[in-house]
Design a protein around this ligand. Structure first.
Ligand code: ADP
Ligand code: ASP
Ligand code: MG
Length: 444
């Protein structure tokens, strides 16, 4: 058997019946290569499911019911356009009925965290099952691989790559006669055996984990843009696609906010050396971005921004010449399982940033005995990423001269050879990304 290829299609790529048709063409273009196709939910569905979950959680059952009905109507229209024959329509209707019945039943049960994960899982279950009906109607042989049977996370929410590999290989063995497999992105089972997920945007992570587990020839991420751009296209007008990135560069961009990739989605492919390609479903001939081990050219490649950052400043005269101080501080963050993104220190103060505020109050309470604590919310980390950027001569001077009007709160330089990060108030994000686009790329 040839090496397997993984193709992941995001929400917009399956969000309309004609897009699903296009996807069916893309996945059958090379029938001799065994392919695992990972699908997201139709665009808008996961957001709608989040809203439904929130409405139930806050006791707004009538609102939840309305939202469920609205979403179901959307699926009815979708399937009536997707399939042509009466038997296929009957199958599609049965699938929609099954999943919306489930949501309606949930309305009557008392709410729990586990139940909210069940709600969120309906999107990917629906998209893959409906796509399967469409493929069947068009005589395209395939098997559905239920992600809930092989995609698992441990008690710390970390994917269990060895177990994924064993279970997935077993499943593939059971369908030896097939060359095309469809599975759900995003959803998984947790250590308690409950339905869970890989966090928002997690279908990229699913694809990379599968590609790593089966040692795929390539992991293709098909989306609505022609690859990784040099800057956030939602914020800056003129951006350009990057043809090549190293795993390190891509991982930093994903981690620091380039929405095109889930923050954790690069490491599995990187660790197992599977090249990743970012491609555009709407423009399949565009080159896209190839991500491999190769370092490629040096210098600045792209800028990403991550919002919702909280800066914590700890000022203490006791820090002066003390050792063990940082360990004690870090232990508090470890205790509350809260990752630190950036850190700067001086003799008398430490500034660090966190993204998750779930445990902020508890953390601050435990930090208080160490000195004066200041918390500043609404910050953004802007990361400038590029191979050997720390050794590229004029990057820092260009960076700081471009950003004269911006009040920079923290700078992180040298921690990674591929990244310079700045902390700024979120109100200055658009301005910062625009100024850097001009200052570093000459693009306006
Ligand atoms: P999908 O639903 O296919 O997973 P996403 O919406 O998650 O797609 O990711 C694609 C989007 O990411 C693009 O439409 C674009 O707006 C956004 N994006 C943010 N930063 C970048 C970047 N640097 N390069 C490309 N796209 C980016
Ligand atoms: N459907 C999920 C989300 O919207 C996962 C994904 O699209 O990657 O977050
Ligand atoms: Mg995405």
């Amino acid at each position: 058997m040839n090496q397997i290829k993984v193709m992941k299609f995001g929400g917009t790529s399956v969000g309309k019946p004609e897009r699903m048709r296009q996807v069916s063409q893309l996945i059958t273009a090379d029938p001799s290569t065994p392919t695992i196709v990972v699908l997201s939910a139709l665009s808008g569905t996961t957001n709608a499911l989040v809203e439904i979950g929130n409405a139930i959680a806050t006791g707004q059952r009538e609102k939840a019911k309305e939202l469920i009905e609205k979403l179901e109507a959307h699926y009815q229209t979708f399937i009536s356009d997707l399939v042509k024959t009466a038997p296929s329509l009957a199958k599609a209707k049965a699938i929609v009925a099954e999943h919306f019945e489930f949501l309606t039943i949930i309305l009557r049960i008392s709410f729990s965290e586990a139940l909210s994960k069940d709600i969120l899982a309906q999107g990917e279950l629906l998209s893959t099952k409906l796509f399967s009906v469409f493929l069947e109607e068009n005589g395209i042989g395939h098997s559905l691989l239920p992600a809930l049977e092989f995609m698992t996370i441990d008690a710390h929410d970390e994917p269990q790559i060895n177990s994924i590999k064993t279970k997935l290989t077993q499943l593939l063995q059971q369908h030896k006669d097939k060359n095309l497999f469809i599975t759900q992105g995003y959803i998984c089972r947790n250590a308690r055996g409950e339905v869970d997920n890989l966090k928002r945007g997690g279908s990229d992570y699913t694809a990379s984990l599968i590609a790593a587990a089966i040692n795929a020839s390539v992991c293709e991420i098909w989306t609505d843009i022609d690859g990784m751009h040099n800057n956030d296209p939602r914020v800056v007008k003129k951006t350009v696609a990057i043809e090549q990135l190293s795993f390190e560069e891509a991982a930093e961009l994903a981690y620091f906010g380039a929405k095109i990739l889930h923050p954790a989605s690069i490491w599995p492919a990187q660790f197992y050396k599977v090249p990743v390609r970012l491609l555009n479903t709407m423009q399949p001939d565009a080159k896209g971005t190839l991500i491999t081990e190769a370092a490629g050219s040096e210098g600045v490649k792209a800028i990403a921004a991550k919002d919702g950052i909280v800066a914590i400043n700890i000022r203490s005269s006791r820090m002066l010449l003390a050792y063990g101080f940082l360990r004690k501080i870090f232990e508090i963050f470890e205790k509350y399982r809260t990752p630190i993104d950036m850190i700067t220190t001086s003799e008398v103060a430490v500034s660090l940033t966190i993204e998750s505020i779930a445990e902020l109050k508890a953390i601050v309470r435990e930090l208080e005995p160490f000195g004066t604590i200041e918390v500043e919310e609404n910050h953004t980390i802007v990361s400038i990423v590029g191979n050997e950027i720390a050794h590229t001569p004029d990057v820092l001077s260009k960076l700081f001269s471009a950003l004269i009007p911006v009040p920079i709160r923290m700078v992180s330089y040298g921690g990674s050879k591929h990244n310079v990060s700045l902390l700024i108030p979120s109100a200055h994000k658009t301005e910062t990304l625009q100024l850097l686009n001009k200052g570093l790329f000459g693009l306006e």
